[in-house]
Design a protein around this ligand. Structure first.
Ligand code: ATP
Length: 376
């Protein structure tokens, strides 16, 4: 295993540093982009745990961040996304967002840039409760909260199409377009059906639920409904269901047992995965992958850079560590991934946790405990 920390200038020198990968031809090549705020703190721990796991990976650090942007105006170097796609097997990201960059331009260009330009159209976010004590619902066990949300990641309200007219006047008009293409909707629905089929729980028929708001957004979500019904015919073995997103929110809290795989659009996916994170112990526990099958995919914890708690050694690193394990599993490295998952579970059971989930340890101490357990 090799970890190459290329420092702040990595944003300009990304290509030159990639030649270091001749070291181990069999190792998976991982680009590590910690970003801002607690992203930097939690990724250090995720990297420690990856190293302890013995997984055959070589990691290279890129400091694409608010610091880098404030230093020389760079968000992503000219060939940045092409280089990531060409030279790496996966990307591990922390989080972006810094109050010193109020426009959030660097975060948009790096994170949304990666999702859009690398066409990482499936945002896969597992909602998995590790221990009863973490769930705010009464009488709920880990087996009751175990489902996956698949969020469309390249369209919808995130495409930045819109504008304002007569800005600053009493007649001001603001328009934000919800962009849904036939191609984009069909491929995420197909991905979700395949995912449901491949991840069916033993003894259970595969099940996929689509959530939208077609009763109000008749054009955009009418398209989702038509495509869902059409594609469902090709997956007769998968039980297909539908809920309006408001009803889904209520059901996620009332009875999370009923869900296996949920597919939805970009904005609703963003919102319901925070609700899902709440069911599993909070934002600090939730992992995600931004995936384009067969191409270099990117993995990041669900949480953001959390400026109010950054730099205090109190951020929960478990979401980032579980994200690293999700990345390994995606790369076919199931054994080290399973070792990491069981070490995180043990840390939760033994209360080796940060304060957001009622522990007393710091970010570093949790990361070190899990790394030691993984290495044992
Ligand atoms: P974004 O829009 O970038 O996803 P956000 O506005 O949803 O970000 P986060 O940065 O994810 O917000 O965090 C919101 C709050 O949740 C934080 O201020 C913090 O209190 C809590 N939080 C988030 N992540 C963690 C974590 N890893 N450990 C502990 N608390 C966290």
């Amino acid at each position: 295993m090799q970890y190459v920390a290329t420092g702040a200038l990595a944003c300009q020198r990304s290509q030159a540093s990639c030649t270091l990968f001749a070291v181990n031809a069999k190792a998976k090549r991982i680009a590590v982009i910690p970003g801002d705020g607690i992203g930097r703190e939690v990724l250090v721990e995720a990297v420690k745990v990856l190293e302890a796991s013995g997984a055959p990976v070589e990691m290279q650090h890129f400091d694409w961040s608010a610091d880098c942007y404030l230093k020389d105006g760079t968000t992503v170097p000219a060939d940045g996304f092409t280089m990531l796609d060409r030279d790496f097997d996966a990307i591990l990201v922390g989080a972006f967002g810094d109050p010193r960059v109020p426009t959030n331009i660097h975060a948009k260009e790096i994170l949304l840039g990666m999702r859009f330009q690398m066409d990482l159209y499936a945002n896969v976010r597992p909602v998995k409760l590790l221990d009863d004590s973490l769930c705010p619902l009464k009488g709920v066990e880990p087996k009751d909260v175990d489902f996956t949300i698949i969020r469309e990641n390249t369209e919808g309200l995130y495409v930045d199409v819109g504008g304002v007219f007569k800005q600053g006047t009493l007649e001001e008009i603001a328009v934000q377009e919800d962009v849904n293409t036939r191609k984009g909707v069909e491929r995420i629905i197909r991905y979700a059906f395949e995912y449901a089929r491949q991840h069916a729980r033993p003894g259970r028929q595969p099940k996929l639920l689509m959530a939208d708001k077609a009763n109000v957004m008749t054009y955009a979500h009418g398209l989702w409904q038509r495509v869902f019904k059409e594609v469902a015919k090709e997956y007769a073995d998968v039980k297909s269901e539908h809920m309006y997103v408001d009803a889904l929110c209520m059901q996620m809290v009332r009875d999370p047992r009923q869900f296996d795989v949920i597919v939805t659009n970009n904005m609703f996916g963003d919102i319901i995965t925070d609700l899902g994170a709440g069911l599993q112990g909070g934002l600090g526990m939730a992992a995600s992958g931004n995936i384009h099958p067969g191409r270099t995919s990117m993995f990041e914890p669900v949480h953001g850079s959390a400026p109010p708690i950054a730099g205090k050694n109190i951020a929960n690193p478990m979401g980032a560590i579980l994200t690293a394990s999700m990345m390994l599993a995606h790369l076919g490295l199931n054994q080290p991934a399973a070792k990491i998952d069981s070490a995180v579970l043990e840390a939760v059971r033994q209360k080796k946790t940060t304060q957001d989930i009622s522990g007393t340890l710091g970010t570093r101490e949790v990361g070190e405990w899990i790394a030691a357990r993984v290495a044992a």
